[in-house]
Design a binder for this molecule. Structure first.
Ligand SMILES: NC(=O)c1ccc[n+]([C@@H]2O[C@H](COP(=O)([O-])OP(=O)(O)OC[C@H]3O[C@@H](n4cnc5c(N)ncnc54)[C@H](OP(=O)(O)O)[C@@H]3O)[C@@H](O)[C@H]2O)c1
Length: 341
């Protein structure tokens, strides 16, 4: 006969099983799992394509991939800066690695994507990182980003570094052109590039796995006030990841082409000057985390462990609390900014 105490103990164990599973899974993913990035080095001359590769996370990730032996196709918008990045990469090793590039302003409409990838269409592309995007730097306004990244590091609402103006604008105060630019930058550019790359990626997948990774943001999980367009455009990428993965895995496939959404928290970069800390890695440190998690088989992954913890905290606090404190913090930041100007 089971006593009440024993029954409660059994219930306690059963209820704690999911938490135990998550803990073991976390330890496995971030501390024990060996990298499987080498599985994408297959076929004759494998290439990795990285967008937004002339600075920040994209540049650091390209350098990691170069060191691993991937040939590179880099995307940027500034030829002089691109040449400088290529020279820096070539100075890293004596290996005979091919580096090519393409230039396109991702905020602009009217790109001929077929033409853009034409010079690379016979290459064996096995890894794509859609990194280009952001929430500031869109003309005609320059909008916030850094503040939001601090919010997602809940519960450490400590950031008071305001870097960009414009986050006090509501949707109806923003020019239509701004909205188009922001959505093209974060969502449509990666979507349309993926569209033209897919046949080629399926060809590469005939002799080994191929992966396409979209760089998302933890801001998309909390949609802070005044940043709904940025958050929504990153959410778009998450839904796109799942849908495309379903297409390639279950409907027409498996074709061997897989998709992952990378949930990114604060990272020190060219456009995000928050001081590096445990929660805010440098772009170089973050790039190593991307490489370590690539090929882990998940459709959504936070490459950096501390960002994964932020995500858990946000979920645990619940939407109401997170939304309330985020809105309050946004008000404080706006006031602070207004005063300092
Ligand atoms: N840093 C963070 O805290 C953080 C947090 C969450 C998500 N993310 C996401 O991570 C990605 C990279 O961010 P980051 O902080 O590394 O940015 P970053 O340091 O500003 O670097 C952005 C890269 O993209 C290029 N780029 C920017 N606008 C472009 C455009 N319109 N057309 C073509 N290329 C363009 C830049 O080129 P130039 O060198 O010419 O400027 C640079 O190579 C973004 O998608 C961002 O949303 C970042």
């Amino acid at each position: 006969m089971v006593t009440l105490v024993e029954a409660l103990a059994i219930l306690g164990v059963v209820l704690s099983l999911p938490y135990l599973y998550h803990l073991v899974d976390f330890i496995w993913l971030y501390f024990l799992r060996p990298t499987t990035i080498h599985q994408y080095l297959h076929g004759a001359a494998p290439y990795a394509l990285v967008t937004g590769a002339t600075d920040g996370i994209g540049k650091a990730t390209a350098a990691e991939l170069y060191d691993l032996g991937f040939n590179l196709i880099l995307h940027g918008r500034n030829e002089t800066k691109m040449q400088k990045v290529i020279d820096e990469l070539r100075a890293r090793a004596k290996r005979d690695i091919d580096i090519r590039y393409m230039l396109a302003d991702a905020t602009k409409a009217g790109h001929n994507f077929d033409k853009l990838i034409e010079p690379f269409k016979d290459l064996n592309i096995t890894l794509v990182i859609h990194n280009v995007g952001g929430s500031n730097g869109v003309q005609p306004e320059r909008l916030v980003s850094s503040a939001t990244y601090c919010f997602v590091a809940v519960p450490a609402f400590t950031c008071r570094q305001l870097m960009h103006i414009g986050f006090y604008y509501r949707l109806d105060d923003r020019p239509e052109e701004y909205i188009h630019n922001l959505v093209r930058w974060n969502a449509l550019f990666p979507l349309l590039l993926t569209r033209v790359l897919l046949p080629q990626l399926r060809r590469s997948a005939k002799h080994g796995p191929v992966i396409v990774q979209f760089v998302g943001s933890l801001a998309a999980d909390i949609s802070p006030p005044r940043l709904p367009i940025y958050a929504a455009s990153k959410r778009f990428l998450e839904a796109l990841t799942r849908g495309l993965d379903n297409d390639e895995l279950f409907f027409d496939g498996p074709t061997g082409v897989r998709f992952t959404y990378l949930a990114v928290g604060p990272v020190n970069s060219a456009s995000m000057h928050q001081k590096p800390s445990l929660n805010t890695p440098t772009s170089e440190r973050f790039a190593k985390a991307i490489i370590a998690r690539t090929g882990c088989g998940r459709r959504r992954v936070a490459p950096y462990a501390m960002h994964a913890i932020s995500q858990v905290v946000v979920e645990a606090l619940g939407q109401r609390a997170v939304d309330y404190y985020t809105a309050e913090e946004m008000k404080v930041l706006i006031k602070h900014y207004a005063k300092s100007n």
